[in-house]
Design a protein. Sequence first.
Length: 258
Amino acid sequence: MLTRSSLSRRRFFGRAAAAFGTVLLAGCDSLSRSEWFPKVLATGEDVNRAAQRLLGGRRSMAQEFNESDLSPEFRSNGTASPNNARYQALAAGGFADYRLEVSGLIDNPRAFSLAELRALPSRTQVTRHDCVEGWSAIGKWKGAKFSALLDAVGAKPQARYVVFHCADPMEADGTGFYYESIDMDDAHHVQTILAYDLNDRALPIKNGAPVRLRVERQLGYKHAKYVMRIELVESFDKIAGGMGGYWEDQGYEWYAGI
Ligand SMILES: Nc1nc2c(c(=O)[nH]1)N[C@H]1C(S)=C(S)[C@@H](COP(=O)(O)O)O[C@H]1N2
Ligand SMILES: [Mo]
């Protein structure tokens, strides 16, 4: 079983960052403080950014596994079924009327049906999902390569981030939708996909149907479920709390990975 400390050690102190042991020492202090969680992420973020610069960019791959490693059950976390009438109507119709809207700093604003997403070049990958709450699960994901979707809409040069707007409201009054964002490096990364299948079946509602982001080098909360709208932007200034994600607006790190 993974403990929190082994999980964070593996995420932040492993792989590429292991080569930079002396840099890591500065961060050890923060582990003993009471507000350890954002601190650990902050430490990981700084260390990993430094490591990435030294290694010449973020081309590293997240580890991939074999089908024999699959978790018997891929649990659900956070929202398990969006409390949203429009979403529930789409789900009742088997998502036949679902359209993924893509807008913002692109040449060809358009909406994709599920069939159109399934027709884009795809990638299948068996990866480990690590949630900051201290659990992990290995799943087999299939989805549209995000780079292919970007090619289809034509990202403008000013676009710096991709924002994923989700169907699930986080406030009791039905507002404050979950959202997340990634930069263009991650958007073009080969393991970044809009997943529509989990373990060879249509993505279940509890795991984000009809499509959810997989951005494999980052922690669980970056993997937006129930994606309804994608927006390319230059900054987060006009989006919700301005920090690039629902959890980021509450103080979590925006870059949550290696
Ligand atoms: N829209 C949306 N996306 C979300 C969440 C959520 O509550 N709503 N939870 C996040 C967190 S914290 C985790 S760990 C994963 C959980 O994915 P799962 O339900 O497939 O296990 O989804 C992430 N994406
Ligand atoms: Mo999570």
